[in-house]
Write a protein of this length. Structure first.
Length: 503
């Protein structure tokens, strides 16, 4: 009996002794994936001098998978050039794209669509590229005329809204950037990307797993659904079996693998003690939250009140950042804020160029007002900043116009290239360390010529201390599946909330 390659891979997971003989096609495929450099896929002449060796390997991996009509996940660490490798692949397929009048479609978070256009124009000016945005009639017109362009770019929110418009369109390749956007298989985004008709599919993400293995299945269900026979079958596999099966279809290189081509990154933790007035507010709210949480836990109401408990934890974190985020009319200061201003002064004296991240835009506002009062110029980016303006600000920062860039963690943690910076300050922590790693990688990426210092600010003896401990334990399920031997991560559970609140 002959089986397709995907089915053959599933059979390989079983111990069937001599009952099954694997054909030459499967063996050839595995050999080609292990050594894509043996495949006859020339690197586009314009891009060949630009690509690092590992990026050429990534391009050849994409070409090899595409030649077998398989999809894959390019999961290189943040800053290693997933965008450039993808553009190289697109350029190599240009003849087929135009011959069949089937463009490449790129979906990305709304904040990154102009960044994609900018990179395409920079590295592949021969490509005609269109961003699908504007009014619904405008978007419909662009989609209907898609055969006249080489690359169509849209955002995940607009893709969800325009899903019906794409139903009869066919694309050469569908590239999904920051693929963790559809890590939950039940979301509208996951349904929308799965419905796109494309000959080839590639997902790009530096964090294919953030909290659970099922996130990895959700991405593979979009790019290569035949690899696993549904979610139930996936969940029944051991982690070793999953790691073995995905190996040909997930390519991940971390910075340590290409360290010779990247400058050093130094990470440090700076702690501070809450100020007296700040500590009084913190202790009072902590006691209130503990009492409420104990009540919910004793009444078996944890799941029902999870959002309320998490909101309380957010309040505690805001008190650590600056009580002014929580207490109306607060006139005092904050230990962490004073520590930050000292770091900023040190950075100015040393000629450093700084990216400052916070998840609270109100906190960025407080910092920005102080910088303004001191006559320190800075750029500011949050979720309200238009895409084109983001690209322009990044270019101006990298050219040295200003030395400080205040950025909302969730709005600017992915996709931006800010190699003009040599210092990254994470003002407050995030539950998932992958989000912080993405923020740090805005500076620590290809093109960086300096040592990058990443500084995390933590208030000692507070919920932030507990968060940091949780982060260290949560580093990272991805290593267990893709690089076996590490501890798995976990979501924020009842037990962890008990630990954070010391109850």
């Amino acid at each position: 009996m002959k089986l397709p390659v995907a089915a053959g891979l599933r059979v390989m997971d079983r111990d069937l002794g001599d009952q099954v003989q694997f054909g030459s096609r499967l063996k050839e495929f595995m050999e080609n994936l292990a050594h894509p450099e043996h495949m006859d896929f020339p690197v586009p002449a314009r891009l060949a001098p630009i690509l690092r060796d590992y990026q050429k390997q990534g391009y050849l991996w994409m070409k090899t998978l595409a030649s077998y009509r398989f999809g894959g996940i390019l999961a290189d660490d943040m800053g290693l050039g997933k965008t450039l490798q993808s553009i190289t692949y697109i350029v190599s397929e240009l003849q087929a794209i135009r011959e069949h009048k089937q463009p490449v479609m790129i979906a990305a978070p709304a904040s990154l669509i102009y960044n994609w256009k900018n990179e395409l124009e920079k590295f592949a000016p021969e490509l005609t590229t269109v961003i699908v945005d504007g009014s619904k009639p405008d978007r419909l017109r662009m989609i209907r005329e898609h055969h006249a362009v080489d690359v169509l770019i849209t955002s995940y929110p607009l893709l969800r809204m325009d899903a019906d418009m794409y139903s009869e369109r066919h694309f050469h390749t569908f590239i999904m950037d920051e693929a963790q956007a559809f890590k939950n298989y039940a979301t509208q985004t996951a349904h929308a990307v799965k419905a796109i008709n494309a000959r080839h599919r590639f997902a790009l993400t530096g964090t294919p797993i953030e909290n659970s293995l099922e996130e990895l299945w959700s991405i593979f269900d979009v790019v290569f659904p035949e690899l696993f026979q549904g979610r139930k079958a996936f969940n029944e596999l051991s982690r070793e079996a999953i790691a073995r099966r995905i190996r040909p279809f997930l390519l991940r290189r971390v910075k340590a693998d290409v360290l010779a081509e990247l400058p050093e990154k130094i990470e440090s933790l700076h702690t501070s003690e809450l100020l007296t007035e700040q500590k009084k507010l913190y202790v009072a709210f902590l006691a209130k939250l503990r009492a409420e949480t104990v009540k919910h836990l004793s009444e078996k109401q944890f799941d029902k009140n999870r959002i309320k408990i998490l909101a309380g934890l957010t309040r505690l974190r805001q008190l650590c950042c600056h009580p002014g985020l929580f207490v109306e009319g607060y006139q005092g200061s904050s230990a962490k804020f004073e520590q930050l201003m000292e770091l900023i002064e040190e950075s100015r004296s040393a000629g450093k160029r700084v990216l400052l991240f916070s998840q609270f835009t109100e906190m960025l506002g407080i910092i920005g007002r102080e910088l303004g009062a001191q006559g320190i110029p800075f750029f500011y980016l949050d979720g309200q900043t238009p895409g084109q303006e983001r690209v322009e600000m990044c270019q101006r920062f990298n050219e040295g116009e200003r030395d400080f860039f205040l950025i909302s963690l969730k709005a600017g943690g992915t996709g931006l290239n800010l190699t003009g910076a040599d210092t990254v300050i994470l003002y407050d922590l995030w539950w998932n360390p992958a989000v912080e790693d993405q923020a740090a990688s805005r500076a620590h990426r290809m093109g960086q010529k300096n040592v990058v210092q990443v500084i995390r600010l933590v208030s000692r003896g507070t919920v932030e201390d507990k968060m940091y401990e949780l982060q260290q334990r949560k580093k990272n399920l991805i290593e267990e599946v893709i690089q076996p031997g590490q501890e798995s991560s976990s979501t924020l559970s009842e037990e962890e909330i008990r630990e954070i609140l010391a109850i």
